[in-house]
Ligand binder design. Structure first.
Ligand code: ADP
Ligand code: MG
Ligand code: ZN
Length: 474
């Protein structure tokens, strides 16, 4: 029997507020344990939560950017469970009435567009962190993260492959960074994902039993874990077994998932409205203000790049996949004319360098301004492409100005007519047999002569000047 995978993702994104969601403690990462705490976020009896307005504005922004309806009234509920990193014994979340619902995202995989439904976006507070000390057999609690505002974005079970899940996740990540509500840092846990996976016989409507995968802390791991889980469930079903509904942990070292605990049901949490918080009312004016402040979204930017800069669909997609890269590119091409050339250099030479170094564009040793200057030298034929590559490498190494490197290394293109003409005459004179053969129709020899010119100028002759000159003289 053939099975079809069904995947739904739950993404937790940390909102970029300065302070926590229900108190005014700082959200800064990396502070000494429990430095960012107060009676409210450590769950002392009798304290009252006060909702952070900025967190709501960010949640609305995320809802609008993912085509959701913003609920004019939503409310906060208590999700009850016991764990040492949750001092109150409950997490404040939104259950029955989330801030936003019924949205979607369009993804593209293998040149095919697919619309992925977004069930809901709700706001909640993060829990703390346990730090285990195996040496002393002790665990310690750090509550700095307790009460940090999160949104949880829940997708419909519309995804069918690991690649689609990866594309959805990347798109969502890009959007949240574009609208500047989440820093997207996966290592620091600002953007985390759980994946729900089930299989069903092809053609069957009813969903199969799912497992939920946790500890997926990179895009690659999400895809690898899903692929593994699809395979594991296929084996279970093919052997006539049943998938058990459970939570499984991805082990990146062993490249497999392992059972962690039985999957809890919503009623296990005994959700109920938090009596300390009044319903959250969002009026039209608030939504309008957020809408008015919405920046250009990835899809819009891509379309503009195609239209304004005549880039291909593919190039525009690559250049707008990250906001920092898109900004770098637009900064680069400001003074340039040859946009296509700049796009090629950005996607091959610049991105190649970033990949090799394993760094992001914001840490590039070559600034947009310097990169633009380099491409300007290429555009005005002051240097040729070969020399530009050399200059770029030197810029990466030393951070020097491209103009200075060209001067220092004597890389300027020879395009002086007189100088080149004398050289061409000399080369033809030195190679009479080849010249005769060329004239007799062996036009392939043209590249031989071009090679001689390049040799004499150590690669610095301007082909645009030399080509017609050689042709006419030959
Ligand atoms: P929870 O995991 O908190 O119990 P939900 O029931 O809302 O919450 O489901 C969470 C995610 O699991 C959603 O993204 C949903 O699309 C997905 N999902 C639900 N049922 C299945 C299933 N049978 N197979 C795959 N994904 C599923
Ligand atoms: Mg879940
Ligand atoms: Zn606090």
């Amino acid at each position: 029997m053939a099975f079809e995978p069904v995947i739904g993702l739950e993404v937790h994104a940390q909102l970029k507020t300065k302070t926590k969601i229900f108190c005014n403690c700082s959200t800064a990462f990396g502070k000494s344990p429990n430095a960012n705490t107060c009676p409210v976020c450590t769950g002392m009896p009798g304290v009252l939560p006060v909702l952070n307005k900025q967190a709501v504005t960010f949640a609305i922004k995320a809802g609008l950017a993912t085509n959701c309806t913003i609920n004019r009234e939503s409310r906060f509920d208590r999700k009850n469970y016991f764990y040492p990193d949750l001092p109150k014994g409950y997490q404040i979340s939104q259950y029955a009435k989330p801030i936003a619902e019924h949205g979607f995202l369009d993804i593209e995989v293998d040149a095919k567009e697919k619309r992925i439904g977004i069930t809901r976006i709700h706001m909640e507070e993060d829990a703390g962190k346990l730090i285990h000390d195996p040496l002393r057999g002790k665990s310690m609690v750090d509550l700095n993260r307790t009460g940090v505002p999160l949104i949880e974005i829940v997708s419909e079970p519309d995804l069918r492959t690991a690649a689609q899940a990866g594309a959805y996740l990347r798109k969502l990540h890009t959007i949240l960074k574009y609208i500047d509500v989440c820093d997207g840092n996966m290592e620091e846990g600002s953007f985390r994902c759980d994946a729900n996976i089930s299989l069903r016989p092809i053609g069957q409507e009813k969903l199969g039993t799912r497992t939920e995968l946790k500890n997926l802390n990179s895009f690659k791991n999400v895809e690898k874990a899903i692929l593994y889980e699809i395979q594991r469930q296929t084996c279970v079903l093919e052997e006539g077994g049943q998938v058990i509904q459970e939570t499984r942990l991805w082990d990146p070292a062993k490249n497999r998932t392992a059972s962690m605990r039985g999957k809890e049901e919503a009623h296990d949490y005994r959700y109920f409205p938090d009596p300390d918080l009044v319903p959250l009312i969002v009026d039209d004016a608030w939504i309008q203000t957020v809408r008015a402040g919405m920046p250009e979204l990835p899809d819009e930017k891509k379309q503009r790049f195609i239209q304004e800069y005549s880039l291909s669909e593919y190039d525009a997609g690559v250049l707008t996949a990250g906001l920092d890269m898109a900004n770098f590119f637009e900064e680069t091409i400001k003074p340039l004319k040859n946009i296509k050339q700049a796009a090629n250099w950005t996607m091959t030479t610049l991105m190649g360098m970033l990949n090799a170094k394993g760094i992001e564009i914001c840490d590039s040793p070559v600034s947009a301004h310097a990169f633009s200057k380099l491409l300007g030298l290429l555009e005005s034929s002051r240097i040729n492409a070969n020399a530009a590559k050399t200059v770029f490498e030197e810029m990466v190494e030393t951070g020097k100005d491209p103009e200075a490197i060209v001067k220092e290394k004597g890389l300027e293109q020879v395009s002086d007519q007189g100088e080149l003409e004398a050289m061409v005459d000399e080369i033809i004179k030195e190679n009479p047999e080849e010249a005769k053969a060329y004239r007799d129709g062996k036009t392939k020899l043209f590249s031989f002569f071009m090679g001689q010119v390049m040799k004499k100028t150590r690669g610095k002759a301007d082909p645009k000047v030399v080509t017609p000159m050689l042709k006419s003289k030959l």
